[in-house]
Design a binder for this molecule. Sequence first.
Ligand SMILES: [Zn+2]
Length: 189
Amino acid sequence: MSLISEILDHNVRFVQNREYESYRTDQFPNKKLLVITCMDTRLVELLPRAMNLRNGDVKMIKVAGAVITHPFGSVMRSILIAVHQLHVQEIAVVGHHDCGMINFHCKALLDQAVQSGVSQDVIDTLNNAGIDLERWLTGFEKVEEGVRGSVKLIRNHPLMRPGIPIHGLVINPETGKLNLIRDGYETTK
Ligand SMILES: [Zn+2]
């Protein structure tokens, strides 16, 4: 059975058994918090449990490394919608130790892409067209650096609501232990 068939089979039972009932909520976050974190598989359940977040508590955005790559891209757009229209009053950027974006380099990804069948000509064409793949497909040396970069980008965004606390945290993907590396309340006083 294919993965999607398994998912759909499960889904039929889930709905029939009304298992959704304990997840009912609305689109506004109860804790008025937005969490931006990494797509790492270890955080799928661990992070919400470790932060005591239940369905309905937060808006959550997941991107590789919890890094916002562009001030006018889809992540920042989502943040602005959450802040201005969905009652978000605090933001937490949560990076994690042992992140795949630590020392992640564009070249390694592009080499892999070519091995997988993407033509080198395509990559050359993109580079020649002025698309800065090197800058776009890059990681960070330390997770704290990535978190601070995202916090700074959000804080300095011209459309961000002034005074909103933006926290920076790092989570251990094994134990769920959180370290606060930037207290958003400190800079909003
Ligand atoms: Zn990660």
